[in-house]
Design a protein. Structure first.
Length: 137
């Protein structure tokens, strides 16, 4: 009688183990199928974002040459980060009269937090001139 109970328990444990393994396999297949469906969408979104970033960077560098840009392109120096341009107004005539920080935006984009902070620093006139001399040695 004991061996019958042991056999039944063993069979039940074996069936549970087989069910567990089949469940794991099914979960793996479902997850693999989900990723196979998601990967093309993820790649497409990444390509769109990359194109958007590249177009924005390209537009930023072309901005001084676009109509209605308020400064002479020859007086603009592209920096890129944290601000797009510094304009040395009047440098074409070798008579600098103003230094202007320019951040180029398109569409509905807004200033980032570091850009806003930099804008505030300039508005508060916390700007200075430093001359650094390279040591002779």
């Amino acid at each position: 009688m004991d061996w019958v109970v042991i056999l039944i328990v063993f069979i039940m444990l074996f069936v549970l183990y087989i069910g567990y393994r089949l469940g794991l396999r099914r979960a793996e297949l479902l997850l693999k199928q989900k990723w196979e469906d998601l990967i093309p969408k993820i790649r497409e979104e990444a390509i769109k974002k990359s194109r958007s970033v590249l177009a924005g960077q390209f537009s930023e560098q072309l901005a001084p040459f676009l109509p209605n840009f308020p400064y002479s392109p020859t007086e603009c120096r592209f920096i890129g980060k944290p601000i797009d341009f510094i304009v040395f107004k009047g440098m074409d005539n070798k008579e600098p009269s103003e230094i202007v920080f320019v951040e180029v935006k398109s569409g509905k984009s807004e200033l980032s937090t570091p850009e806003r902070r930099l804008r505030d620093v300039v508005r508060e006139k916390k700007v200075k001139w430093v001359e650094y001399r390279i040591p002779k040695n």
